[in-house]
Design a protein around this ligand. Sequence first.
Ligand SMILES: [Zn+2]
Ligand SMILES: [Zn+2]
Length: 606
Amino acid sequence: MVPNTILYNGKIATNGTPRFVEAVAIEDGKITAIGTDGEVLALQGPSTKLIDLKRHTAIPGLNDSHIHTIRGGLNFNMELRWDGVPSLADALSMLKEQAQRTAPPQWVRVVGGWNEFQFAERRMPTIAEINEAAPEVPVFVLHLYDRAWLNGAALRAVGYTKGNVPSFPAGEVEYDSNGNPTGMIIAKPNANILYSTLAKGPKLSHEDQLNSTRLFMRELNRFGLTSAIDAGGGFQNFPDDYEVINELHKSGDMSLRIAYNLFTQKPKQELSDFQRWTGMVKPGQGDDYFRVNGAGEMLVFSAADFEDFLVERPDVPAVMEGELEAVVRHLAENRWPFRLHATYDETISHALNVYERVNRDVPLEGLHWFFDHCETVSERNLERIKALGGGIAIQNRMAFQGEYFVDRYGKQQAAHTPPIRKMLELGISVGAGTDATRVSSYNPFLSLYWLITGKTVGGLGLYPQENRMSSEEALRLYTIGSSWFSSEDGKKGSIAVGQFADLAVLSADFFTIPEEDIRDLESVLTVTGGKVVYAADNFEPLAPPSLPVSPDWSPVKTYGGYAKNNLYPAAVHARTQQPVAQTAHRHRYVQSDGGVWSLGCDCFAF
Ligand SMILES: [Zn+2]
Ligand SMILES: [Zn+2]
């Protein structure tokens, strides 16, 4: 067999033995050989495409086992991302610029992925600053799961005016002394107030949603992601909100493999949602690029414990076990894998009571069911999860909320929140991820940084050495580990013969660079199924055709997504102590929408 492609002269981490190889051969989307340059290059034929990795480090493609990709894709082009922006001053000036580019009734929206601890100023914006930056166009800024700010124009657009504000369960609207809403709305602790207000904004057109989803997948490819397990989401209803991703799958435009879980949208009628869906689709239905994975992360609304560490832990209501049992019994009887959002040990105890009862009648064995998050899970419950054959998908939510957690529960409790080492010692299946896009950023290197250093994005050290991962361990969780969660273990996660040709060539050597630099890593060449889906720097000539951003006012056109270091030379200068000139913004000619070549910069070149 003659390979279609050979990548050679690299330091390619296999996640197996040997740990590194120099070259890999690919045919029909799968890996057909690995080894030394000599061994693999000997397989080439006249039609083989050769890619010289120039000694770069490559890793198996990353797999985020909990991300709201499909919903994120529908919205990406509407969102101004503050992810990775180093100062509030920068963030507010972006907001001001974007407000001038956006015409009402469109909004400017900053929907999570940032916190105040990443900013040099270490504070959130004020409503006055937001109003000053954007006096006319509606603005919605979401902070984690706890609050959002609406400027005056947004308050008018959603109709929250004096005497006309709807009441929200476990949510609060702030008022000034005259009884006018100030623009700040707060989850106490139910985030419904935030999401239902956000849902009042206009949506993109179908065409723009197609473009937005493709750009979001490409943005994830930029960070070496080749797979994701989608956790559904509020206001992400099946099948209505899956038309766009279905269409992209049909047209062969998936640059990221997605397995997706179905999330109930109906409080008190959850069972009817799942009865309908189990009659419509089957787990595993689809193909290696787009497939049904099962149910969750919302199975019943009464089980939802919001992870807002600024407020006390919510108690699950008494009806939770009964409601959850009806749903889980139905899913188990239909052999549907399920996942459940659970932040706190108390919630997990109730869910395990249910799972143990169901398991007595309908064995869960082999179902690849799992919990999501599990920040405060106890050892006793870890043993119960292990006994039932379940897994745990962990995310770096503590990297965004660790400071709040420490304030409320103390450093000692934070040291094993979540107890990752204990999970691994017990032999539980563990997958890694982010839970992006509304609390954490989607950048997987922030999550790998958190796993390896034990630090928050603001630099607070949370974990002692024993609860931190080596770079090899962290990478395994983000690849092989995550593959179990879509029942695709053995098909991906390693550079091994027979596995999918999914890999990422990195901007620096993940295994040897100083730990602090891990969060600055990006991919320079991402390959999904043997196809180059993203390429930059030296590899740019291999890049797929650029995708012009639509609509024209999209913040993505100007800023891309996650902040590029070179957009903020002053901040990078402060952090690395390098001369600004070395990190200064590189300009090049890019094609603008009018077809005119103009001076632009690579931040805009999608
Ligand atoms: Zn969740
Ligand atoms: Zn989630």
